[in-house]
Design a binder for this molecule. Structure first.
Ligand SMILES: [Zn+2]
Length: 150
């Protein structure tokens, strides 16, 4: 599983335009939950809607599981935007940092959008992953640790 920092670095390096485009992204968290996975690890799941006023303006739903704090936390991510579907999902799945949910799960073509299969983020995920760890609204933060089967 990759860290938030790994994904941010790869995004900057392999598609700087995404990094630039994230400047106009806003994010509204709809739920933040803390729970433990079957291995007993603490996980913080952040779900919410991101939109880019400089892009289509359409809202996109994203989800991030943080295993740890800050940029060094390992993360599992997904976003329902097209960029994520075509550029990110399979490459991140190969690193155990996503699941196949939106794409057909096939690898990237030599002449496709991500020929090197670089595990990078869309602008929505890049924006949220780059937020400082304490930026989430506390009203969404649950103190309760619940057990959940994965
Ligand atoms: Zn996205």
């Amino acid at each position: 599983m990759l860290t938030a920092q790994n994904i941010l670095d790869t995004t900057k390096k392999t598609h700087p335009q995404v990094w630039k485009n994230k400047r106009t992204v806003t994010f509204l968290p709809t739920s933040v939950k803390e729970w433990r996975d079957t291995k007993g690890r603490k996980v913080k799941t952040v779900k919410g809607r991101a939109r880019d006023s400089g892009g289509s303006g359409r809202p996109h739903n994203l989800e991030i599981d943080y295993y740890g704090r800050g940029k060094n936390a390992q993360v599992w991510v997904t976003c329902d935007c097209e960029y994520f579907q075509y550029n990110c999902e399979v490459a991140l799945f190969d690193e155990d940092s996503s699941n196949i949910r939106w794409s057909n799960g096939e690898g990237y073509q030599e002449h496709g959008p991500n020929p090197d299969a670089a595990p990078r983020a869309c602008k929505h995920l890049a924006y949220v992953l780059d937020l400082p760890g304490d930026k989430y609204p506390t009203k969404y933060r649950s103190k309760k640790i619940v057990d959940r089967d994965v």
